[in-house]
Design a protein around this ligand. Structure first.
Ligand code: 5GP
Length: 236
């Protein structure tokens, strides 16, 4: 028996015999609106565990330091234990979601430059956006750590955008989280899946991600299965 040490909105973290290794269990919980909507969607945990594992393996091959060790079952994977930095790092290639609302652009409007934004992780404050000086003033991250995260986020974006483009899918935007490992190194952590990425079919522009759930536009799992099958074909 291993102990549950933490549970987030969609994942549960368990200790293992190795204090530096966590077992992460992907649940079927699907949330929107800072967790106010929370539904169980059949098989979502297993699909996201598979998708996130494939993407992290791909990033490892491309020398992005990250917490992924291995997938151990349909719904579980082993990750390196890290101290999570309480920030969400969002990368945007096209305008959508909160960026589109904030600046009143067309949805999916092209951006002249890739955007990287930081948000403080806080459900009760609704994850406020913060800049580098805010993050330093609040002791959330140091200047060099913010520079490293921005650099890694842009690198991840280049690899993932190309990977998805080869699959006929556009990576509109996504959210990353980072942690600090035992050696004091900043590494990519958390998950990368259609829960945390906007992905659209390059031809039809249909959403293949959690936006289908957020906008209550039908069964979001169709898009998730499509992403998984294409990743398996591309990387498997
Ligand atoms: P937006 O800021 O437009 O809501 O989201 C930008 C991107 O980051 C989207 O791909 C969205 O899925 C992801 N994202 C933003 N906040 C969260 C969050 O709290 N959880 C997850 N899973 N993804 C998020």
């Amino acid at each position: 028996m291993t102990n549950l040490i933490d549970s987030g909105k969609t994942k549960e973290l368990f200790e293992t015999e190795d204090k530096n290794v966590l077992r992460v269990h992907y649940t079927d919980h699907t949330t929107a609106g800072d967790g106010l909507r929370n539904e169980l969607i059949d098989n979502k945990g297993a699909v996201n565990n598979q998708i996130s594992s494939l993407i992290f393996q791909f990033l490892t091959k491309n020398d992005i330091p990250n917490h992924f060790i291995k997938k151990i079952s349909d719904t579980d994977q082993l990750n390196q234990r890290v101290n999570m930095i309480p920030l969400e790092v969002v990368v945007r290639n096209l305008s959508s979601g909160h960026f589109q609302k904030r600046f009143g652009t067309d949805d999916l409007q092209k951006l002249s430059k890739t955007v990287v934004e930081f948000f403080m992780k806080s459900d009760h404050l609704h994850d406020p956006m913060l800049n580098d000086l805010d993050a330093q003033a609040l002791n959330i991250a140091k200047e060099n750590e913010l520079i490293t995260m921005r650099h890694l986020a842009l690198k991840v974006n280049r690899f993932m955008s190309e990977l998805f483009m080869d699959m006929g899918i556009i990576l509109v935007d996504f959210k990353l989280e980072f942690g600090i490992n035992d050696n004091g190194q900043i590494i990519l952590a958390d998950e990368i899946s259609p829960d945390s990425c906007r992905l659209i079919d390059a031809t039809t522009k249909n959403s293949l991600d959690k936006d289908v759930f957020r906008k209550q536009e039908g069964n979001m799992m169709n898009g998730y299965y499509k992403i998984l099958h294409k990743l398996e074909n591309e990387l498997g």
